[in-house]
Design a protein around this ligand. Structure first.
Ligand code: ATP
Length: 474
């Protein structure tokens, strides 16, 4: 491979020149080199190691760049960052690290490039390209990282037990890279992750969630969740999911393993959406099944109310992990709460009014809900599989048809409370709510169209029934 091709951008020549002006050596290291070899899409950031002062190098580069960009200095970490041509470039001095028991923040000493490669998490992230003039473009691969890239292996450069214990975030990163790249975590590493899994407790929730999101955004997220489960990490991070594991059997009746089912649903949905929050909804759609599971002789296993229980659990889970408690969380809650609605609907004949109610309750998210429910079909019985998909296709068609006619998706009552008050000359009262509810019900049932005239008529009729008189000023 011609590594010079990775260094065609003029920034590399400028870094090289700046480093030699200061008498430093400089290298590109980590993700940029890895992703170049993997031919992995767009470059977001470049990491530069200086054997010398990283912050000084950043400042020298900024001086040499045509637009003299601002340098952001992170004194505590000894790093600096500047942005050029939409690329973030991070500078750090080569360093040697040593860790203490209770923190993932090491004490740091200046070191050689080799020292700096030693402190990296995985062999595939130690790869460095030389930027010094005489060796420009030479690859420095002290840990056979290229071989690991070819063989699709995640391996730590040093003893995995120490690597993961020093900085337990690396356990999450190992699993995240394995998922994103579809790589295998080497056996000793996997053992070390299992052994050190409880060390994840010293990692902040924000960092854990960043990695979880990257796993969820991968092509096949189940790879990551299976590894999280296998290593014991999942039990610390998302115990709601491990609680779904297992199949109980009473009197010969078994229920499905809802953990593996969930992962199938997650992979299914990931083929059909890039929406991270819909993927979260798929991951959490059955979490209410663990606390609601019951066995009765008559009907076997039931999970009554698991959707409601699950949607409440979503709030606690988001709060615990310090995830946003905003409209994204409400969306996930809504999906979980409604996740059985379309299924219940196709068990009977698909009536217009049932479709209208579904659209009213799901609002603008009715398509997302359908996508979730289609992903939820994991039966291995081909006949049933086709039947369910076909039924959902009918529901989707009906949604389009009903929407064209009745505009339920963003339902706004055709008669406002204010108009009701004016018509009957009444103050805010329960009657207004009653009339509005009657109109809404009549529209959803299909008794009247979603139009002003018809709703006005019904308002008059309902007002009369409640003993209200039409105001003379009307
Ligand atoms: P991506 O951008 O896909 O997350 P990346 O490898 O560029 O991948 P960064 O988090 O930007 O990831 O890290 C840059 C480099 O820093 C890595 O390639 C790796 O060499 C090193 N690194 C990052 N985090 C750690 C860590 N926790 N322990 C050791 N080395 C790390």
């Amino acid at each position: 491979m011609n590594y010079k091709e990775a260094l065609q951008h003029n920034i590399f020549k400028i870094i090289s020149k700046s480093a030699s002006q200061l008498g430093f050596e400089s290298y590109v290291i980590g993700g940029y080199v890895r992703d170049f070899i993997l031919k992995r899409g767009q470059v977001k950031d470049i990491d530069i190691v200086a054997v010398g002062d990283g912050i000084k190098l950043a400042e020298q580069v900024a001086k040499n760049l045509p637009n003299n960009p601002q340098v952001q200095v992170f004194k505590t970490y000894g790093t600096a960052m500047l942005r050029y041509d939409d690329i973030e470039i991070e500078f750090v001095g080569a360093r040697k690290e040593s860790y203490t028991e209770n923190s993932r923040n090491p004490s740091v000493k200046n070191g050689t490039l080799q020292d700096d490669q030693n402190r990296r998490d995985f062999t595939i992230n130690t790869l460095a390209l030389n930027l010094n003039e005489a060796q420009f473009g030479d690859l420095l691969d002290s840990f056979a990282g290229v071989k690991d890239l070819e063989n699709k292996i995640i391996r730590t450069p040093l003893d995995p037990d120490i690597t993961y214990s020093d900085d337990p975030l690396r356990m999450m990163r190992a699993i995240r890279f394995a998922t994103q790249l579809d790589f295998i975590i080497e056996e000793q590493s996997l053992k070390a992750i299992s052994k050190n899994s409880d060390r994840i407790k010293i990692i902040t929730n924000e960092r854990i969630v960043t990695e979880l999101n990257k796993i969820l955004e991968s092509k096949k997220p189940s790879i990551g969740f299976l590894l999280l489960e296998k290593t014991g990490l999942l039990n610390y991070i998302l115990p709601e999911l491990t609680a779904l594991k297992g199949i109980d059997e009473v009197e010969g009746q078994r229920h499905k393993d809802n953990f593996y089912h969930t992962l199938e649903v997650l992979d299914n949905i990931s083929e059909n959406t890039d929406n991270l929050w819909l993927r979260w909804a798929a991951l959490l759609h059955d979490i209410g099944k663990a606390p609601t599971k019951k066995f009765s002789k008559k009907v076997g296993w039931t999970f009554h109310g698991h959707e409601f229980e699950g949607s409440k659990m979503v709030f606690h889970l988001f709060k615990r992990l310090k995830m946003p408690l905003n409209d994204k969380m409400k969306f996930v809650q809504k999906m979980v709460l409604m996740s059985s609605r379309p299924i219940a609907l196709v068990n009977e004949e698909v009536t217009d009014s049932a479709v209208r109610r579904l659209m009213f309750d799901a609002g603008e998210f009715v398509d997302d809900l359908m996508t979730l429910c289609e992903a939820d079909i994991t039966t291995k019985n081909a006949k049933k599989f086709n039947k369910y998909h076909n039924n959902f296709k009918i529901v989707r068609e009906k949604i389009v048809e009903v929407e064209e006619r009745d505009h339920i998706r963003n339902f706004q009552p055709p008669i406002s409370g204010e108009e009701i008050m004016k018509t009957f000359n009444i103050k805010p009262s329960r009657e207004i709510g009653n009339i509005k509810e009657t109109i809404k019900e009549a529209i959803l049932e299909g008794d009247i169209p979603n139009e002003y005239e018809a709703a006005y008529e019904l308002m008059l009729k309902e007002g009369k029934r409640l003993g209200l008189k039409v105001s003379v000023s009307q």
